[in-house]
Ligand binder design. Structure first.
Ligand code: PLP
Length: 361
């Protein structure tokens, strides 16, 4: 059983070209990537090769019909220098939730984890050490059918590349509560990490960025009232000491790994956490009553990002200074300490990459 993964190492590492103290997000790519091709009902040619371009047919079906999905996760280094990856099993599980929705093949957990271990151990020197930096990992899959016509594809490519990254947002974010465009609705694909979800928000996002906002806070697609999520983050509100985050049951938001981790951390610290519908009216009423203590977003790229202010129907609402947000600052600190291996991994969230796999090479 199992998939054999071949390895072709680069002859010219680009590692020395990177300034690890000034890392923008998503611009540099490590030396190697993992690639596998799906045909005749199974994964073939599982390989690690030097990072580089693919050639492609102009009728590549994912470009036309959008069968394309991805994941995002991070590796850091523990005190002994071993690469650690935060909750990768949650990501492979979510990847396969996305593939199921998009009529794409599942990636077996064992193949995913072997590929990840081998790739990250091979490129472990690409893991940055500076605070708030990490090796971002981007698994993704797309249809490779060379065909014009709408039908579920039968051929796919699965690839994982990695990218050393710095902080995503360095300031409290300004969000625009969107009541014109919608991102997701029940029965749609909001819960899947499919490329089209991101393509569809480019225009609305550009519009609010031109007005000086960083991101959109999406409302539900039916009532335009209930909070969904922000850009690439799940949202949390703290009202009168209670932590509230939209529930997953409508299938309209991503089941964020950071979201789940924050909920578990908060409950473990003794806070009351409610996963439920929360309307923009409830947020604004709490604001006027002086009970809205916090709004923040969570995500792999941004970790925990405080919202500095939000805009809704012509009004701007300013939130308390970040240093006063005791609960989220405490949870953020606990979260960062665990995921970087500095605090005890009480929840069993860290996957230590077995460097020994490549130590002898
Ligand atoms: C739409 C969306 N929501 C939420 C998240 C946060 O999810 P996670 O914490 O797993 O990164 C992301 C990022 O992956 C996202 O793209």
């Amino acid at each position: 059983m199992g998939y054999k993964i071949t390895v072709e190492k680069t002859k010219a590492s680009r590692l020395s070209e990177i300034d690890f103290n000034h890392l923008p997000f998503g611009k540099y790519f490590s030396d190697h990537m993992f690639v596998a091709d799906y045909r005749d009902g199974d994964w073939h040619d599982c390989r690690i090769v030097p990072f580089g371009n693919f050639s492609m047919h102009p009728a590549l079906s994912s470009l036309h019909y959008g069968q394309a999905i991805f994941e995002g996760m991070k590796a850091e280094r523990d005190a002994d220098g071993n690469p650690i990856i935060f909750r990768p099993l949650k990501n492979v599980n979510r990847l396969n939730i996305s593939t199921e929705r998009m009529a794409m093949p599942e990636v077996p957990e064992e193949l995913f984890m072997n590929a990840l271990d081998k790739l990250v151990s091979l490129d472990k020197d690409w893991i940055p050490d500076a605070p708030h930096s990490a090796l971002y990992i981007r698994p993704h899959m797309y249809a490779t059918e060379e065909f014009v016509g709408i039908k579920p594809a039968e051929n796919f490519r699965f690839c994982i590349f990695t990218s050393p990254v710095g902080a995503y947002y360095s300031h409290p974010v300004k969000v625009f509560v969107q009541d014109k465009y919608v991102r997701a609705f029940p029965g749609g694909v909001g819960y899947a990490k499919c490329a089209g979800n991101y393509g569809a928000v480019m225009k609305p996002t550009r519009e609010v960025q031109k007005m000086g906002y960083d991101q959109i806070l999406w409302l539900d697609g039916i009532h335009h009232r209930y909070l969904q999520e922000i850009g690439t983050m799940n949202i949390f509100a703290i009202i009168d000491g209670v932590i509230i985050t939209p529930a997953l049951d409508q299938g309209t938001i991503l089941d964020g790994v950071t979201r789940d981790s924050m909920i578990r951390l908060a409950e473990n610290e003794g806070y009351v956490v409610q996963e439920r519908d929360i309307s923009i009216d409830e947020i604004i009423n709490a604001y006027h009553e002086g009970k809205l203590q916090d709004l923040f977003g969570t995500g792999t790229a941004a970790v925990v990002s405080h919202i500095g202010e939000f805009h809704y129907k012509g009004e701007n609402y300013e939130l308390p200074p970040v240093e006063e947000r005791e609960i989220s600052n405490k949870l953020k600190g606990r979260f960062i300490a665990i995921k970087s291996g500095k605090a005890e991994d009480v929840f069993g969230w860290l996957h230590t990459v077995p460097v020994s796999v490549y130590a002898h090479q």
